[in-house]
Write a protein that binds this ligand. Sequence first.
Ligand SMILES: O=C(O)CCC(=O)C(=O)O
Ligand SMILES: [Fe+2]
Length: 321
Amino acid sequence: MGSEGNDNEVKMIPCLVFSEEIEEGSEEWRDMSRKVREACETHGCFVLVHNRTSLMRLQEEMLTAMKDLFDLPEETKMKHTSPKPYRSYHANCPVIPLCQSFGVDDAPHPFTAQAFTHLMWPHGNPSFCETLRSMSEELLELNLELMKMIVEGFDLPKHYVFDVERMKSTSNFRMIKYKPPPSSSSGQDLETGLIPHTDKCAITTLCQNDVQGLQVLSKQGQWIDVNVPRHGVVVVVGDILKAWSNGRLHAVTHRVMMGGEKERYSFASFALPEDEDEIEVPPELVDADHPLLYRPFTYGEYLDYYISSLLENALEVFAGV
Ligand SMILES: O=C(O)CCC(=O)C(=O)O
Ligand SMILES: [Fe+2]
């Protein structure tokens, strides 16, 4: 799939700096909206750097809280099960042996954050619960802020904000720990932490500790390292935003490669529509240069199709016209 070295290609993904408060509708906001749209079109991702102190504090607290979570006994962690894919506690998978993960649906709701915390710590852990709830809420709000910018960046009528609000009707908050590869003491040998995939959501915001490993596949077929600074947030376009935008936004394939001796922790908020929500391309995004690429479909139908087929190009096969 990817080739490893062509110096002519872009090896960096963009970094956008968000100030504490970018007022919606201001010139700064409109300017940033255009940059967000461009990054999502060209690369399907970017690194967001911010100076929001409360968010920075939460990011630190979340990483500390996750260490406590993954340090719990296996039998405790295994109590987190779900019939839905990518939710249950996942570990020791032969394809991705370095990776352990939890997925919590609607973690910004106090009730669900509380239920998950109670399952892991039956005697209670209020600080974990509050960190999980507020961190997932902050990232989901950021997902909405970014999708509103995308509406603006395409110069679409304001009512399309309702479309993107529906694309975050629910959410999944994923917490991942990657072990360092057993063979690698020199830091030379990279092993797969997470296999190449596109996200099946609308948009993802992703944070990590200071162990790098995320790579994205460029449109030219080259794997690019994403170097995430401390408190940086990686923004990734998912299949749903790609379909809604008539393929103008790029759902970038990404993976995690692990090397070195340190554990990697990451956490992500995936913005999701409800199963019955219809994803339909705005007519404003269809013209002679951009013929309609996707028929309308419901999110639940697409997800079922993906789960049953596991096709890399599931979106094109399922909804392509
Ligand atoms: O751990 C990471 O940096 C990437 C996680 C990811 O891509 C995912 O969970 O979909
Ligand atoms: Fe992903």
